[in-house]
Unconditional design. Sequence first.
Length: 672
Amino acid sequence: MRVTVKDGKAVKISGDPDHPPTQGVLCTKVTRYAERTHHKDRLLTPLRRVGKKGEDRFEPISWDAALQLAAERLGPIARRAPEAIVPYSYAGTMGLVQGESIAARFFNVLGASRLERTICAAAGAAGLRYTYGASIGMHAEYYEESELILIWGANPIASSLHFWTRAQEAKRRGAKLIAIDPYKSLTAEKCHQHIALRPGTDAALALGMIDVLVRENFIDHEYVRAHTVGFDELAARAAQYPPSRVAQICGIDENVVVELARAFGSTKKAAIRLNYGMQRVRGGGNAVRAIASLPSLTGAWRERAGGLLLSSSGWAPIDGSALERPDLLPDWPSKTPRAINMNAIGDALLHPGDETFGPKIEAMIVYNSNPVAVAPDSAKVEAGFAREDLFTIVLEHFQTDTADYADLILPATTQLEHLDVHKSYGHTHVMANLPAIQPVGEARPNTEIFRGLARAMGLVEPALFETDEQIASKAFRWDDRTLHGQSWDTLKASGWLELDIAEAPLAEGAFRTPSGKCEFYSERLRSEGLDPLPDYLPPYESADGSPELAARYPLAMISPPARNFLNSSFVNIESLRAAEREPHLDIHPFDAKTRGIGDGAQVRIFNDRGSMQARARVTERAREGVVVGLSIWWKKLSPDGCNANQVTSQALTDLGRSATFYDCLVEVEPMH
């Protein structure tokens, strides 16, 4: 981003035209970042709760008073039962400095509970780790040379604009684009073909493709012999998924499976753009493993315009130990504190504590996240945060749904106001984030807030008081070959650096697995007592996985991001919310008719976990049996004070212990 500043205020945000992956283009959301930074509702001073939790009654206090209050409440807990203190954070900032650096060190020094940060991408990341060894893949730029692109579980018009630019160029050059998605998204509308499979059945489709590739000999045997492990075992597994069975599982025609496999197998420059939608179900990790096997079977990796990209973040040589300092844990490395899974925070906050769980949670520090809006099974999350005996600190820009339940709100800086350093998961550059303006009001960077908490609590570990510059200088392993011996100083001077990665990075194998090969068969999975081969696992909530539940709640609900929101970020920006207008539910005409639901009707979406309201849009964009609630609305900005996470589940994925947001059965009825 480039920021135009006038009289100390950011007045315009634009892209950097010299940056190769983005070419000066920003998405609609980020172009509003100045509006967000200088928003009339921006938190400008620390606040202390004076009403009941959730009442939104706070009074301003000074930073000194706020930090003293925090120390008085946290100190006794830290001395008595440090695991009763729990952090909750995710990607509100994705920077390596303002994310988990001083914050992680602070919690490590205390011996607080660890947080399993798995709400978004952990199933897919685990699938790639067991198959490729890391979150690595092809360069986004070379998709424009691809001849076939499978856009799988992705809506890049809304979520990956710079990839979509390349896909459009490939289309102009004659490439075929195929969208694989239960929903006819904006992207699917603009592809040559849309395969609307049932939610959570992606692994079956991939295994069916593999069966066709093997039987019809679309295999690059030389690549398979040299650079893969477990071909015979994978072929035997895929033989259990002939196209006829896959068609039944996925709810598509048998010939669609066959023709998709033939198209992929017979195209030299065949590429897959995978995204996280398809891994937010029970079998998400296995699905990624199955799909990630495809380019290695056909040898697509030989071409720079062939292969797969889910995330490129694994290319960046991040020095996690230097940033987070696990060695500061009191009993490191023989003993680590318990881990709380962020997707199950509702159950965790309501747990009374016992020998198995550990101590009851007594204090939460929330930063870079809004769990009351974004965590699944929302009624439980809200009940947990509403506990009067829970001491909660929230670092925030705005009075979010979560901030309403805080005892103490501390105003944090935005990307425009602090120093940071970033990797990417969509391209292969690392970036410096230099402050463009001074902090607004009394806002402070996350790092400075945690330094202040440490001082107030009397902590003396020097690592807690390193400057942001010192932390940034340690963010990467600068001696890694991909960085050519660069440094923080050279990154800061240039703004961004391209990692030195081959144009076709996996053409000669060089996977990050223990074998150095693409592991169709994973010995690591077998040693962990898990299936070493990818398989199809029916969704927890489906006719296959739970027929009794499906009889009561026959509609599968998915809740992908609305185009103008970024999870719960930007929902309070009036210009973006005006574009979304109100919560909607897309429902197929057949499903609407059988329920007496007309287009534009207000409907109630419900299951045993809760309910929400939305405006029905009767449309064939949703396949029959599937409803789509574009998300995530702040509860307080929704008509009934609820959002899609009233109905989502805390169940975890097969690999990576990630969220199963799209593994969700509901019923829908008209409001009267």
